[in-house]
Design a protein. Sequence first.
Length: 136
Amino acid sequence: MTDLSFVWPLSGGLLIGLSAALYLLLDGRIAGISGLAASAFGWSGNGMSSLGAGFLGGILAGAAFAMAWIRHAEVIVSASPVLLVGYGTRLGSGCTSGHGVCGLGRLSPRSIVATILFMAAAACTVFVKRLLTGSP
């Protein structure tokens, strides 16, 4: 770990917060990834959204740029929980980015509860996985 190891997470967090704030200010909507994906593909009932597609394209382009620039990024995908994630975001009326980044910033009671539940489920999952596999 270097002295500048905080730069990438900090800059990424700042850019996520800035993009979410700009999306709210310019379009009046919450920048939750599940909602943007649904609108980009026309699954939200309002037709396809070019703004949603642009937002998702920016996320993918930014990740591709960072991977090309860093050159040592390694991505390993061992499972495909797409259906469970999609169902969960619909069931929870949003995803972690919508509730955690945007909802907490607006002090939304529903988002505060959702984020607490997301974090508790993540902590329980890690605990159980470590207990069952014996990994640190």
